[in-house]
Ligand binder design. Structure first.
Ligand SMILES: Cc1cc2nc3c(=O)[nH]c(=O)nc-3n(C[C@H](O)[C@H](O)[C@H](O)COP(=O)(O)O)c2cc1C
Length: 114
């Protein structure tokens, strides 16, 4: 497992990975570094992909935009989550607990046969 930011250092050859988890903030739309990263990868060759978008009020738009971009790049979206970062802050969704971003990523990984 590789955990990385969406920088130019992030792996762009994903052939040895079985799951791509894309996390994005919302700044009007999805984070531009994330959008550029997926552009850089180019063809996702069907890789199973989980999308986790956070935002203060409208993370759904970011999740939808990344969803479309992943599909257009031949990725397979297995799970998409739009979560208010405020709900984490006020404890509606405990970070690290069931329903958290980490939990969603774990569940998505567990669905993939070895
Ligand atoms: C400049 C700016 C613009 C933002 N625009 C939106 C927005 O359009 N919709 C939204 O839901 N949240 C918006 N937010 C809130 C962020 O998505 C939220 O704070 C998120 O947790 C940011 O992730 P980060 O803490 O990793 O930077 C904005 C925040 C900033 C600073």
């Amino acid at each position: 497992m590789e955990i990385t930011t969406a920088s130019s250092q992030a792996p762009s050859n994903l052939s040895k990975y079985s799951l791509l988890v894309v996390g994005t903030p919302t700044y009007g739309g999805p984070g531009q570094a994330v959008v550029r990263y997926i552009d850089r990868v180019g063809d996702l060759y069907g890789i199973n992909t989980t999308i986790i978008a956070v935002g203060g009020g409208s993370p759904e738009r970011s999740a939808d935009a990344i969803n479309q971009q992943v599909r257009a790049s031949n990725g397979t979206v297995v799970k998409s989550l739009a979560q208010s970062s405020m709900s984490t802050l006020i404890g509606v969704v405990p970070s690290g607990g069931a329903g958290s971003q980490a939990d969603v990523a774990r569940q998505a990984g567990a669905q993939i046969p070895p």
